[in-house]
Design a protein around this ligand. Structure first.
Ligand code: BGC
Length: 543
């Protein structure tokens, strides 16, 4: 393994791969590890220095790998341990680190730990999960009660997500040790870091009292009761001590609901992780029939606050997409918006804000949402339960499917669009999930040939970023904070500065050009950029 600068992850781009949908090599319609290895040169050409793989462990795949049955085995759908070792080695040759997803809040019901625990109260692993004689009124994140009856043990177990994903009992030191062993096993294999899934939910409150009901059925969302509870950081510091200390391992936690002012406890010198994904700038939220709709001003405020919170201590993962969210060009812009231009506008922010950009597969070419009219077409379980919940609340099919279209996780999970050949070059077989119908017009091969494409623009910016000490190290100064259309800021480093202005609205915007202090245009997502005015979705960089 090559020697790396201790903070290598600050200077690179991370690319998230959803293995099922990236590249298939054996014709079974599901992407695999060999497929990822075969695309490493493409990823290197995107300036990627780190690949976050969503879970590739053995799993019954009810939640596409987030239900782990064995952390020490590779899912045969994706290949073998040898394929994994080969991927790590080939990536390393290109200076790319593999980051594994640690799903440590819960496991699959098929995991041997749970199989033991459910046998009886006397079993040595009896206390590895959270068992109760009576359920409370908590609703699971994927709908329904967060408790499931187990006939064998004659008790209920807690599950934050699906009822096939029992929550681990972090109070039990044996459980924690078993999880640290898993992480250390993968460090031995040569991975460069971890993303910690759903990590804010690991510590449950002591009393399990019913919370204030949020719905007509008297239930309360479980994560309102369990997220970021007192004592959670003690566990995480223990994880750090047992897994991370003394090693050059990079970490990013998934931390829905952490506020900017809490970041200091989580990242930086006093914290646990290098970065934290908080979701305050993302559209959508948890209840799709009552979605959070953020204005440009809201998005800006959320990102400005996180930038401020990590300015002196800690670091920020810049992201607009992941495997749980709709495509960003749909989430942030109207149906009618010019999606190629919109993609370039967001890419501008992604690659110029202070922090490490996290690109989700296909985002670099501006992949878009799907438009499926029947709930049967959707694979992922949250879409189905959100649809049911909307119907129960009295919405019509048209309305309910509209919520699903806007926020379904399947939007981001359709196969990667490599070229215009059948199945977009993703597979020679039948894809496990249908392709987005626009693949013949929107794919990597076409964009490689087009100097005006989102991909070409992405590459220009990534090259600029790589060579710009201002973008890599510079501090962040918000500009035009109250402007409802323009996302503007300046980066400064050692006497040099770069100003970024992005019109996130679909109408023309004007600004006082004195904020540029005479700087000259360096790059734009349009050919006719000028000063003082931004056309719809225009993004300009001044130097
Ligand atoms: C992952 C989801 C997954 C859930 C349960 C998350 O937050 O990103 O894809 O369904 O955790 O593991």
């Amino acid at each position: 393994m090559k020697q790396m600068d201790a903070q290598w992850w600050k200077k690179t781009v991370c690319y998230e791969i959803y293995p099922s949908s990236f590249q298939d090599t054996n014709g079974d319609g599901v992407g695999d590890l060999k497929g990822i290895t075969s695309r490493l040169d493409y990823l290197a050409s995107l300036g990627v220095g780190c690949i976050w793989l969503t879970p590739v462990y053995a799993s019954p795949m009810k939640d596409n790998g987030y239900d782990v049955s064995d952390f020490y085995k590779i899912n045969p759908l994706y290949g073998t341990m040898e394929d994994m070792e080969n991927l790590i080695a080939e990536a390393d040759k290109r200076n790319i680190k593999i980051v594994m997803d640690l799903v440590f809040n819960h496991v699959s019901e098929e995991n041997a730990w749970f199989q033991e625990s459910k046998k009886s109260k006397e079993n040595p692993k009896s206390d590895w999960f959270i068992w109760r004689d009576t359920p409370n009124n908590w609703r699971g994140i994927f709908g329904g009660s967060a408790w499931k009856w187990c006939e064998e043990r004659k008790q209920y177990y807690l599950h934050t997500f699906g009822d096939f994903q029992p929550d681990l009992n972090w109070e039990n030191p044996e459980v924690r040790k078993a999880l640290y062993d898993v992480a250390n096993f993968w460090i031995q294999k040569g991975v460069g870091g971890f993303r910690l899934d759903a990590v804010v939910y690991i510590k449950k409150p002591q009393d399990f009292a019913d919370g204030k009901p949020d719905a007509s059925d008297g239930m309360v969302l479980i994560h309102e009761m369990t997220a970021n509870r007192d004592g959670i950081l003690d566990y995480l510091h223990e994880f750090k001590k047992n897994v991370l200390d003394g090693k050059n391992i990079f970490t990013v936690g998934e931390a829905n609901g952490i506020l900017p002012e809490q970041l200091k406890d989580w990242v930086g010198s006093e914290g646990v992780f290098d970065m934290l994904f908080e979701f305050n700038h993302l559209q959508g939220g948890d209840i799709w029939y009552n979605p959070i709709v953020l204005s440009t001003l809201d998005v800006k405020n959320a990102i400005f606050q996180s930038q401020k919170a990590t300015a002196l201590n800690g670091w920020y993962p810049v992201f607009f997409e992941n495997h749980d969210k709709p495509r960003s060009v749909n989430a942030y812009f109207s149906k009618a918006a010019d999606k190629a231009l919109a993609s370039k506008a967001l890419t501008t922010l992604l690659l110029t804000l202070r922090g490490t950009p996290f690109v989700y597969e296909g985002e670099e070419i501006g992949m878009t949402n799907v438009d499926w009219d029947s709930i049967e077409a959707y694979h992922e379980l949250n879409s189905r339960s959100q649809y049911e919940m909307a119907l129960q609340e009295g919405f019509s099919h048209e309305q309910a499917i509209g919520f699903v279209k806007a926020l379904s996780r399947d939007n981001a999970r359709t196969p990667m669009q490599w070229d215009s050949s059948p199945n977009a070059g993703f597979t020679t077989g039948k894809p496990w999930i249908p392709l987005n119908e626009n693949f013949k017009q929107l794919n990597v091969a076409l964009q490689e040939e087009n100097a005006n494409s989102p991909l070409a623009y992405y590459r220009r910016l990534v090259n600029l970023r790589k060579q710009s000490p201002v973008l890599l190290n510079g501090n962040f100064l918000p500009l035009l904070a109250d402007d409802p259309q323009i996302f503007a800021f300046r980066r400064e480093f050692e006497g040099k500065a770069l100003t970024v202005l992005v019109n996130l609205s679909e109408s023309e915007a004007h600004y006082d050009s004195s904020i540029l202090s005479g700087q000259k245009l360096l790059l734009s997502n349009r050919n006719d950029a000028s000063v003082g005015i931004l056309r719809p979705l225009e993004a300009n960089l001044f130097e």
